[in-house]
Ligand binder design. Structure first.
Ligand code: ADP
Length: 566
């Protein structure tokens, strides 16, 4: 029997041929698959690895118009393989990321997302794989900056869910526009508040001015009886006080916005602060027939603070408690020492409570904002500019304390709590030296002011208090009057036409006859820088207008006392 040649082929060769045959079949199936995919638009490009380099072969053909369209889109566009690899991306996406096109294809898109947004990105891809999804995610640019972008993910239908189409919209312009809109709204709000404030200011100034004009007309009439005269003078005093308060508030607010308030810290006793604040609102309490109950800790409480500013805080809160409560109601001020929040130090909590109109919950958070007022109608019964609480809050903060507003709502009363750090309880504070003598000396005073009414009214007042006075209305006149009359004290305005108050002071100081003369500056400016300038010019003291005659005389006495000691 003849043997076939096949019998002579070794088995190993047969096996090798069969394996090669199987390989060829597999590669043929692959190639057929690729051709099928190309024919059906499922492949955009080939990425070949060639000695570590990416080579991209983009297919152009029947889908050329579609590609052009995608390339010209404003948005970034990409297709992702199911493992997240970028198969295709347009020029805009590459520009958005600052990464060359050839480095993007074959890379993972999530590597260009900020690390914090990657979980959200993964979730969007997951949802997009199921159907479609969209969301805001931040991209990292090659220069390290991030940019906001909106991503939409869609399964590309012809790919049987294997490939995801991504559209990326750069949100920078939109965000910039949104910020502009917010800034514009804030500006409009500030402008509205400013206009409201100016209307309120005009209103607040008009009230006392109207009363003052009436009072002056009344005093000009002949035959005004003594009681009517006294009432009118008391009213004048009150209304001028109101004007001075408004001007002081305005001054404070401008300094607060520029962070220019400075504290004059001394060791003080809480009871004296509260006492002074209560005194300042006594007339209001009396007019409204209200009762104030004050409760202080049994032992004295001492703190380091600015006396005038602390009085201002409590006076403001008490004033509000009276203003916003009905006539005849009860107001309380209770102070209690307690441990601070962290428990490491002691503080005093001063609670001022009223049974008045209360504050609605939605108003509470903004009550300490500048110009915040619950009722801004000009017909409202209370007065004020909406500055007091802002100033109080800032001053409390500057003392290392906190302020809080509480109210159970409209018509349920309000409570303001001020917490301040304290030094010690019980120990007496070092007493400031007090003037030994009680008698007031009589001075010869030259009042210099280019505002004739100011100069003459103050001189008249000082004369009524027993002093000898003269006035001068400019620098030259002041120099002549000082030389001619050799007064004990010159109260000198700073801003005058011609020779300024600084210059007048310097020239007087050069004179041998002015050695013992006391020179006090009176000016509208009271910041430390202004005080330094007047001191350097040779002044002995500095007072802010309107000058209170009592303060002036106290200052002169202090200066003369120091001179006597030297
Ligand atoms: P002003 O009293 O000049 O309006 P404030 O800054 O002192 O300014 O107060 C701001 C606003 O807070 C007031 O206009 C008022 O609406 C509200 N407010 C302050 N204190 C009280 C209070 N004790 N009860 C009710 N409302 C108050």
């Amino acid at each position: 029997m003849a043997t076939s040649r096949g019998d002579q082929i070794p088995q190993s060769l047969v096996a090798q041929l069969e394996k090669e045959n199987a390989d060829l079949r597999a590669r043929l199936t692959d190639a057929e698959g690729t051709i099928h995919a190309i024919q059906h638009g499922g492949v955009d490009a080939f990425v070949l690895q060639d000695r570590g380099e990416h080579r991209i072969y983009t297919l152009v053909g029947a889908d050329r118009p579609y590609r052009r369209f995608v390339e010209q889109m404003q948005q970034g566009a990409a297709t992702l393989h199911e493992d997240g690899t970028i198969v295709y991306c347009n020029r805009q996406l590459s520009e958005m990321l600052g990464v060359p096109h050839e480095k993007l294809v074959g890379a993972e898109l999530q590597d260009f997302i900020t690390p914090e947004d990657r979980p959200l990105f993964a979730e969007l891809v997951r949802l997009g794989r199921a159907e479609s999804a969209g969301g805001e995610v931040r991209l990292t640019h090659a220069d390290g900056e991030w940019l906001p972008a909106y991503f939409t993910f869609n399964v590309l239908p012809e790919d049987g869910g294997e490939t995801i189409g991504v559209i990326v919209t750069d949100l920078r312009t939109q965000k910039h526009y949104e910020r502009l809109v917010v800034a514009q709204a804030a500006l409009e709000d500030a402008d509205r508040r400013k206009n409201e404030f100016l209307a309120m200011l005009a209103h607040e100034l008009r009230n006392p001015l109207a009363s003052i004009r009436n009072a002056v007309s009344l005093l000009q009439r002949e035959g005004v009886e003594a009681p009517a005269m006294e009432d009118t003078c008391a009213m004048l005093h009150r209304q001028v006080g109101q004007l001075v308060r408004l001007v002081d508030d305005l001054f404070d607010v401008s300094r607060i916005t520029q962070n220019k308030i400075e504290l004059r810290i001394e060791r003080i006793d809480l009871a004296s602060i509260v006492g002074q604040a209560v005194e300042s609102i006594r007339p209001l309490l009396g007019r409204l027939g209200q009762e104030l109950m004050v409760e202080l800790p049994p032992k004295p409480v001492h703190l380091d603070g600015d006396r005038a500013r602390l009085v201002q805080i409590f006076a403001n809160l008490l004033d509000n408690a009276c203003k916003f409560s009905p006539e005849g109601s009860r107001i309380s001020l209770k102070a209690k020492t307690e441990s601070s929040e962290e428990g490491s130090s002691r503080e005093v909590a001063v609670r001022i409570r009223d049974n008045g109109i209360g504050i609605a919950p939605n108003q509470l958070p903004r009550i300490f904002e500048m110009f915040a007022q619950v009722d801004t109608s000009l017909e409202r019964v209370t007065s004020g500019l909406g500055i007091g609480l802002t100033v109080a809050a800032r001053l409390v903060g500057m003392h290392g304390g906190r302020i809080e507003a509480l109210s159970e709502g409209k018509s349920r009363g309000s409570e303001f709590v001020v917490r301040l750090p304290i030094l010690a309880e019980g120990a007496p504070p070092p007493r400031p030296e007090e003037g030994a003598e009680a008698t007031s000396p009589i001075y010869r005073i030259l009042v210099v002011d280019d505002n004739q009414d100011s100069a003459q009214s103050l001189a008249l007042l000082l004369k009524c208090m027993g002093h000898e006075t003269k006035t001068a209305l400019d620098g030259v006149e002041a120099l002549e009057a000082a030389e001619a009359s050799r007064p004990d004290v010159v109260l000198l305005d700073i801003g005058m036409p011609g020779v300024s108050g600084y210059e007048v002071c310097r020239r007087i100081r050069e004179q041998p006859w002015a050695k013992a003369m006391t020179l006090i500056a009176q000016t509208g400016w009271g910041q430390d820088e202004d005080r330094r300038r007047t001191r350097e010019a040779g002044f002995d003291g500095h007072l802010v207008k309107p000058v209170d005659p009592e303060d002036f005389l106290k200052l002169v006495k202090g200066v003369s006392g120091r001179r006597g000691d030297d």
